[in-house]
Design a protein around this ligand. Structure first.
Ligand code: AMP
Length: 283
């Protein structure tokens, strides 16, 4: 595995592969890797000749009072995991490599996808995401890029950006990887103390109960939302940011459940903010 830290070296490394006609798979991450990230890496490995993974805690997607400086980092362990998974190129740029002095061009997506859910709670977050992903796409020029459904809104926003700005890349979304008790894997789970970790189970439990209710015939979005809300609210340490029942593709709120449906949740447990969702097709 080649580890590169500059854009120039990254470009050079992927250019050589492209000239040989190799297909390029790309997985952008913020590091502190877990089995969720690795499921994306493994899929990229199966489907491409060359696999590039970036590890970059992107400052522009964090708000002023968020956890940019505290975000967990373990470069050595991450690199060992990527090496083990057969990754070809790991890209670990410093912040001033991606945002050198004088940096002033951002990618801003307007419209409904960025104005709801996490976009509403974290102003500026998706501007940071679209900007860094556009930069990384321009550097790597992947044939396919892999994202987790855990960040379903991010996938929708990136798909829209790819369409709007004519990026020549196929976006592949991959299922959420969970702990045995249901909690969605997240680098931020490491912030949870043992009590908070136990309480965090309610997030996925509430979502799974909502799925069971829908499978038993419930079609009223307000009732499903209330079920999830009250289940989570029964655990006092878990503060709800939002619970929404939306169309899984355009993220607009639903009244009756039909087609591709997503139930999306964001909570705070102490300082950490955690998100989760389930997606299902309703006849
Ligand atoms: P992050 O490092 O949190 O920015 O995540 C990098 C990529 O891994 C994103 O596309 C995430 O959606 C994906 N990811 C994070 N957690 C999970 C998970 N539990 N299951 C599947 N994909 C995930």
């Amino acid at each position: 595995m080649k580890t590169v830290t500059t854009s120039a070296r990254l470009r050079k490394a992927v250019k050589a592969a492209r000239r040989e006609g190799k297909t390029i798979g790309f997985v952008p991450t913020m590091g502190f890797l877990h089995a969720g990230h690795m499921s994306l890496v493994e899929r990229a490995r199966r489907e491409n000749d060359l696999v590039v993974v970036s590890i970059f805690v992107n400052p522009t997607q964090f708000g002023p009072n968020e956890d940019y400086h505290a975000y967990p980092r373990d470069e050595k362990r991450d690199l060992a995991m990527l090496e083990q998974a057969g990754v070809d190129i790991a890209f670990l740029p410093a912040a001033d490599e991606m945002y050198p002095k004088g940096f002033s061009t951002y990618v801003l997506q307007e419209g409904t996808l960025t104005g709801t859910l996490c976009g509403r709670s974290r102003p500026g977050h998706f501007r940071g995401v679209t900007t860094i992903v556009a930069k990384l796409f321009n550097l790597v020029r992947p044939d396919q890029a892999y994202f987790g459904q855990k960040d379903a809104q991010q996938v929708a926003v990136i798909r829209q950006m790819v369409k709007d700005l004519n990026f020549d890349v196929r976006i592949v979304d991959c299922p959420i990887v969970r702990e045995p008790d249901g909690l969605a894997l997240s680098s931020r789970n490491t912030y949870l103390d043992p009590d908070q970790r136990r309480d965090a189970r309610v997030i996925s439990q509430a979502l799974f109960e909502a799925r069971a209710a829908i499978e038993s015939g419930q079609r009223d979005a307000a009732a499903v939302r209330e079920l999830v809300r009250s289940r989570i609210a029964s655990v006092p340490s878990v503060m709800i940011d939002y619970v929404e029942v939306v169309d899984a593709d355009d993220l607009t709120p639903l009244q009756r459940l039909r087609g591709r449906v997503m139930i999306a949740v964001a909570v705070k447990i102490g300082r950490p903010r955690l998100i989760d969702n389930i997606q299902l097709t309703v006849q």
